[in-house]
Design a protein around this ligand. Structure first.
Ligand SMILES: Cc1ncc(COP(=O)(O)O)c(C=O)c1O
Length: 379
């Protein structure tokens, strides 16, 4: 049976040209700190990849630090800011990936959750009100954490506005752009974020390689210490092949950005079919990632939907699968005001760089049929 992969937000298939480059680079791997020819070649590969990353997200010169992925970048951003910026409090949007709150908790700083609106946007009015009473001299430094786009609903967040509110009160803004880079235009400078993170495997790069982007003059305490890699900012022998793959994925992603309207049209076709069958869509009133569809289907548990679609040849996800690997009710939908029934009957369908009409058609053929069957059984 032909499989249809509709779970790009969990991880996207790696691009074939990236596999070729990673394999080729591994054959000649050198240590980028070695001064011999092999080392110099590795160094050049890294710096070329850094330029490719910089160009995709408009990062400042010397503003890209390579890491092992999104989770490490989040850890680095939060823990690395603690001492230099005397952080005493994190304001974390209720929509963030679990890695953000989990890493903030281990810093020992206080945490406040910024509520979400039913639309899937963060509640900026809440943040504005809260920061009007915040005094950095009295209360200590703070960081606001707001993702670029949500992994479950795809809703694009008002990062630039949040950054302006944050800076007005002398805080730092960290933006987890893991789901946005390579899918929609991301411009670090225009976003207003002080620190941004992303990961290669969400848009066709290799798993296990990502980046932290920050102005070169923003003090951040290194979290991995040892060798002098990444200009003493992140120790450990470089994953040269993986980084070369990340660079190429950034280059190739420019084509996917050009396909965004096509991907949106495919998503909208699936969405219309789901609505016609009785589904409720999350985040539909806001600007979303082109390929992301999050729906609830009363009486059709997410785990059952996942298994039914899997048997029909479609890979989708249910609940917070992206972050937990489990199908517990999504904290994102719950924060948006979903009832328990709505949250437990939610699934996420996500398209990406290699999705085509046949993938959307498979969903349109299989999902409404399955839901109609479930409803008929319950009647
Ligand atoms: C929004 C978001 N942030 C961070 C991550 C973690 O990235 P990584 O899997 O590279 O550690 C993910 C994906 O799991 C994500 O969706």
């Amino acid at each position: 049976m032909k499989r249809h992969y509709l779970d790009h937000n969990a991880t996207a298939p790696i691009r074939p040209e990236v596999i070729d480059l990673v394999a080729e680079t591994m054959r000649h791997d050198g240590n980028s700190l070695s001064v011999h020819e092999e080392g110099r070649r590795a160094h050049k590969i890294l710096e070329d990849a850094r330029e490719q990353v910089r160009s995709l997200v408009n990062a400042p010169v010397n503003g890209v630090i390579f890491t092992s992925g999104g989770t490490e970048s989040i850890h680095y951003a939060l823990h690395g800011a603690m001492a230099p910026h005397k952080i005493k409090r994190f304001f974390i949007s209720a929509l963030e990936h679990t890695a953000v709150a989990a890493n903030a908790e281990t810093t020992g700083a206080d945490i406040e959750i910024i509520p979400a609106l039913r639309s899937g946007l963060v509640d900026l009015a809440w943040l504005k009100d809260r920061l009007a009473n915040y005094d950095v001299q009295r209360d200590g430094g703070f960081m606001v954490c707001l993702m670029f786009a949500n992994n479950e609903t795809g809703v694009i967040q008002p990062v630039a506005e949040a950054a302006a509110i944050t800076h007005e009160a002398d805080g730092l803004l960290f933006c987890d752009a893991a789901q946005a880079v390579g899918k929609v235009p991301v411009n670090f400078v225009m976003s207003g974020a002080d620190i941004m993170s992303f990961t290669g495997h969400k848009f066709g790069g290799p798993i296990g390689v990502g980046a932290l982007v920050a102005g070169p003059n923003l003090p951040l305490e290194p979290q991995m210490r040892g060798g002098g890699h990444e200009s003493n900012r992140r120790a450990g022998t470089h994953n040269v092949a993986g980084i070369a793959g990340l660079g190429l994925a950034c280059e190739s992603a420019k084509d996917s950005l050009a396909r965004a309207d096509d991907i949106t049209a495919l998503r909208n076709r699936m969405e219309d079919a789901a609505i016609a069958a009785g589904a409720k869509i999350w985040g539909a009133s806001e600007e979303r990632l082109p390929g992301t569809l999050c729906l609830s289907a009363d009486g059709f548990p997410g785990a059952t939907q996942l298994m039914t679609m899997d048997l029909a040849g479609l890979a989708i996800s249910a609940g917070s699968a992206c972050s937990s690997g489990k199908t517990k009710p999504s904290h994102v939908l719950t924060a948006m005001g979903a009832s328990e029934e709505e949250a437990t009957s939610a699934i996420r369908v996500s398209l990406g760089w290699n999705s085509g009409a046949e993938d959307a058609d498979a969903f349109i053929r299989e999902w409404p049929k399955a839901y109609t069957r479930i409803k008929a059984r319950a009647a």
